[in-house]
Design a protein around this ligand. Structure first.
Ligand code: HEC
Length: 264
């Protein structure tokens, strides 16, 4: 706020300075004119001034404009000097110079290319697309880890890095209820397997630890038909289901699907 005030004051001071200088000029002229008034111009002098002004204007007009220069245009009067030697049916060709804008562009690309080559291929100052991509991936991964480690509103958010198995009855029950509604169609009512693998045996495609299972449920295996549940469930729900799945181990349900993956 004070900064703004200072700037405003400076601005006003500058304006006052300019105005006072102008006033000073006027006063000087006034004093000079009242001491020795300059005579009015005679008709002859006026005519001279007019001629001079007209001459200056004509000179100004004769000069090619910036536009004409950029476009490399020549006045019509000079066309006869540009005429090339051949002619057909009264149609002649003009040897017009390459327009300046085109030359600038053309040499500009050459200079740019040299700079580009030294930057990316000789001194390797600049990063290639692959390097930039790798850096962005790394940054995204770091941001993801930082995000997962950030404590949520209600205590630290559960994620695939800090998930721990719990045998809490209530949690397992909640997980079971969720499992019944969303996972049963593919993994069977008791996790015995169906379209998806058997979740009750010791064999796992993507790891059987609490963190592994949490991760599989969260991100899914989209290319194999396992949904990424993070889109429709929160971390607590995924954790409850994980605990439920872990509790199924060795339950040997009827109609269990053949083992898939590695034994753990
Ligand atoms: C649309 C069918 C479908 C649904 C619904 C589904 N899954 Fe899956 N799931 C699969 C398939 C298919 C696989 C095997 C992926 C593979 O081959 O890599 C799988 C794999 C898994 C695995 C890894 C098994 C291993 O061997 O590593 C777990 C854990 C799992 N699902 C848990 C769940 C849970 C929990 C739910 C409910 C929230 C669920 N799935 C819902 C189809 C499904």
């Amino acid at each position: 706020m004070t900064e703004l005030l200072i700037w405003a004051l400076l601005f006003v001071a500058a304006i006052i300075l300019i105005v006072s200088l102008q006033v000073l000029k006027v006063i000087k002229i006034f004093i000079k004119e009242s001491i020795s008034p300059s005579p009015f111009a005679t008709a002859e002098e006026k005519e001279q001034f007019r001629l001079l002004a007209a001459q200056r204007e004509a000179e100004e007009k004769a000069k090619p404009s910036i536009w004409t220069k950029i476009m490399g245009l020549k006045p019509m009067a000079e066309e006869k000097d540009l005429m090339m030697e051949h002619e057909f049916d009264g149609i002649a060709e003009l040897n017009n110079p390459t327009p300046a804008w085109f030359s600038v562009l053309f040499y500009g690309t050459i200079i740019f290319a040299i700079g580009y080559m030294f930057n990316y291929h000789v001194f390797n100052w600049g990063k290639s697309q692959e390097e930039e991509y790798a850096i962005e991936l790394r940054e995204a991964e770091e941001a993801r880890i930082a995000f997962l480690q950030k404590p949520g509103a209600g205590g630290p958010q559960i994620n695939e890095n800090n998930m721990e198995q719990s045998t809490d009855k209530e949690m397992i029950q909640k997980g079971a209820a969720l499992f019944k509604t969303v996972c049963t169609p593919c993994h069977g009512e008791h996790g015995e397997g169906g379209v998806g693998p058997n979740l009750t045996d010791e064999f796992w495609l993507h790891g059987g630890g609490a963190k592994d299972i949490f991760k599989t449920i969260k991100y899914g295996v989209p290319e194999k038909g396992m949904v990424a549940w993070e889109k429709s469930m929160n971390a607590k729900q995924i954790s409850d289901i994980t605990n439920y799945v872990l509790s199924l181990k060795g339950s040997n349900p009827a109609g269990a699907k053949a083992p898939q993956g590695k034994k753990e």
